[in-house]
Design a protein around this ligand. Sequence first.
Ligand code: AMP
Length: 216
Amino acid sequence: MRIVLVGPPGAGKGTQAQFIASHLSIPKISTGDIFRANVSEGTELGRKAKEYMDRGDLVPDEVTIAMVRDRLGEPDARDGFLLDGFPRNVPQAETLKKMLAEWDTRIDVVLDLVVDEEEVVRRLSGRRMCDSCGEISHVDFDDKHDDVCDECGGHLFQRDDDKEEVIRHRLEVYRRETAPLVQFYGDEGVLVEIEATGSVEEVTRRALGALAPLEK
Ligand code: AMP
């Protein structure tokens, strides 16, 4: 199955992407993760992306699209994939559609994770990431209130783009650039809305429930 996850920053896309992709045994392709890996490895791509990411702006389409084209061309993505964080605007969605048509295929379903904006600010401003294993946690759910990763003992840090003023800017970018994808994929007849509040498990159950009729 070929799946796209959309939804505002903080809707839980990364977490849900992980569960859904492993349930369906397809690769999770997260453009944000690929950019962050390139930034920390100090590659040319990372250098190009960093200034945009730090501001909460979108990395230019030509850079992002070339990266996604390379990744989708890899053998593990041939029979299905889950895209997390791409497309992020209508031109990217149109390019993805053309790219897949060249390979005689298309997106089967787009899951739109729906969540209120204030909830997003609360979730993201408390979010912490481990600098060693990449695990994501939240200050509200960490009873120890230390900056040590429960999974591997690594150091927890706040992403620069999870600071409140950057979150507000990312939400503006989302409203302007990404929200129109709901209309785009609605017109394509592949959009399914998933209520993204409640526990992680509940949201996963709703998402897998929506995908079940499409599983062969
Ligand atoms: P994310 O982890 O999905 O929130 O992505 C973090 C940052 O990476 C975004 O704020 C953008 O700067 C950049 N990014 C990720 N995906 C895309 C995309 N499809 N197009 C442009 N920029 C992106």
